[in-house]
Design a protein around this ligand. Structure first.
Ligand SMILES: Cc1cc2nc3c(=O)[nH]c(=O)nc-3n(C[C@H](O)[C@H](O)[C@H](O)COP(=O)(O)OP(=O)(O)OC[C@H]3O[C@@H](n4cnc5c(N)ncnc54)[C@H](O)[C@@H]3O)c2cc1C
Length: 469
């Protein structure tokens, strides 16, 4: 969707959202500069080294149903190389590791009685059939699960899983969270002949991001790495970027793709209402360990954990999905721990966390030996995903700000989904067209707000005029 006039756009944030936006804007004949604070593109999906091995800093899989992502990969010439694998799922509960990879294993799962299992299965099936997710936004997730699965299963299975991902914030989380999670897994099964097929591109996201960066350069996007934006202000009707080194640059339009509270900090001229809405989005962060091991642990792609003494949320054995040849014949395991952004654990030393995580692995997997550990690295990110709190859609941060030509597009606007690259790409695709097709001033606020309303359903907050627009 092209507009007649080519304008100068700055996209802030070189994650997959910023990269996809930059690509679509430049294809729409716009002159785009992409600013990224880090030394490489990719954000949460960027890669790093574990000894000789280069792989994603955080675990990533693609589902067969991730059509927006697969179409982007196709544009980049990588989709045809995707490898699709049927994986197994583990469950660690009451000090034991169980396989929960098919219906038979589910029926045999000892911690739950037959009636509990029936209710659990019915809960998942019912959630997969719900169409009106907005209704679920009004109900606390724990209450909803208690109603459908019963007290015992909620205490024994659901609450430990919710606490692992959301901490105490599970109390503020709506049932839309569990609905979105189940809907994603069901979509995967539907398109995967009832099997859970997960996919990856050989070379991982390192390869995807490299190819994406080349495609951006071919499209004429100017990428500027190690360029942390300090502030965005305006002069007359033009937005201005101020870099950490004090350099200032004026653009016609600026799109920020950074997390909502970061956007509020970068744009001091936003109204008090806009700032409070952005700052009001509650994020979960993560400490995520990557371990390169000589031997596999248990060959489950995901092992869910309900034991509260385990210091991480799950065990993700990437080499149960990805050919071990990609890791020099070794196994790659991730141990994620989700935390609120201000959790004191973020300042614990690497050594302390490593000791704690390895100790827990020894207890969980008697075969695991420390001498098989080749490499251990920790990633810490304070803003990973926004928590879908009760009635979240009524406090949705606006995409069009009151600052002329400044737009805010980020994961807080993924409403009826979980955070994943497919949703991220979809958000970018929707937004790029809408922003380009709209005039730069007054009208754009109204038009984009109307489209947000149409998509998410009208609500009071979106219907209010953006102050100053
Ligand atoms: C542990 C984990 C597991 C995941 N698993 C999966 C999975 O299995 N499948 C899947 O599809 N998705 C998965 N995801 C989600 C996926 O990574 C995200 O959907 C996607 O990467 C989000 O991209 P983004 O551009 O919105 O955000 P980000 O990647 O966070 O990008 C924001 C960018 O802005 C930059 N930035 C911040 N401040 C500034 C500034 N002041 N100036 C300039 N730049 C700035 C940051 O450096 C960053 O690069 C996972 C994520 C995590 C963390």
């Amino acid at each position: 969707m092209a507009v007649a006039q080519s304008q100068r756009w700055a996209v802030i944030g070189g994650g997959l959202l910023g990269m996809t936006l930059a690509k679509r804007l430049s294809e729409g004949n716009q002159k785009v500069t992409l600013f990224e604070a880090a030394s490489q593109l990719g954000g949460l999906a960027s890669a790093w080294n574990l000894g000789e091995v280069v792989w994603d800093r955080h675990y990533h899989v693609t589902l067969l149903s991730d059509t927006a992502l697969r179409s982007l990969l196709s544009d980049l010439g990588l989709e045809k190389e995707m490898q699709w694998v049927e994986t197994r799922t583990g469950f660690y509960t009451s000090g034991k590791l169980y396989s929960m990879s098919n219906t038979l294993e589910f029926l045999r799962f000892p911690p739950l009685g037959l009636l509990d299992k029936f209710r659990l299965g019915a809960t998942i099936f019912y959630a997969s059939r719900v169409k009106d997710w907005k209704r679920l936004e009004k109900v606390a997730v724990a209450d909803w699960l208690r109603r459908w699965s019963g007290d015992y299963t909620t205490e024994k299975i659901w609450l430990p899983l919710l606490r692992a991902k959301l901490g105490d914030n599970y109390r503020k989380t709506s049932a839309a969270f569990i609905w979105a999670t189940i809907a994603r897994m069901y979509a995967a099964r539907r398109s995967g002949l009832k099997k859970e097929m997960f996919g990856y591109v050989p070379g991982g996201y390192a390869r995807i991001i490299k190819r994406f960066g080349e495609a951006l350069a071919e499209d004429g996007v100017a990428t500027r790495l190690r360029q942390a934006i300090k502030r965005i202000t305006s002069s007359g009707d033009r937005p201005i970027i101020e870099l950490e080194d004090g350099t200032r640059e004026t653009f016609d339009r600026i799109v920020l793709t950074v997390p909502a509270p970061v956007a509020a900090r970068l744009c001091p001229e936003l109204s008090a209402e806009e700032k409070s809405r952005l700052e009001g989005v509650q994020y979960q962060g993560i400490i995520c360990a990557s371990l390169l091991l000589r031997k596999p642990l248990a060959n489950f792609y995901v092992t869910n954990i309900t034991e509260t003494w385990v210091p991480f949320t799950a065990v993700i054995e990437m080499s149960a999905l990805v050919d071990r040849a990609q890791f020099g014949g070794n196994s790659l395991v991730y141990l994620p721990k989700y935390l609120p952004p201000d959790d004191p654990a973020f300042s614990r030393s690497d050594e302390e966390i490593e000791e704690e995580f390895l100790g827990a692995l020894e207890r969980m997997y008697p075969e695991f030996e420390r001498r098989d550990l080749l490499c251990f690295r920790l990633s810490r990110v304070r803003h990973v995903f926004p928590i879908p709190t009760l009635n979240y859609s009524e406090r949705l941060p606006p995409m069009v700000s009151s600052m002329p030509g400044v737009y805010l597009v980020n994961s807080s606007q993924i409403l009826n989904g979980t955070l994943n690259v497919n949703e991220t790409v979809q958000l970018a695709e929707r937004t790029a067209g809408t922003l380009m097709a709209s005039p730069r001033h007054a009208g754009v606020a109204v038009k984009v707000r109307r489209e947000q309303e149409e998509e998410y359903g009208k609500n009071e907050a979106l219907g209010q005029p953006v102050p100053g627009s």
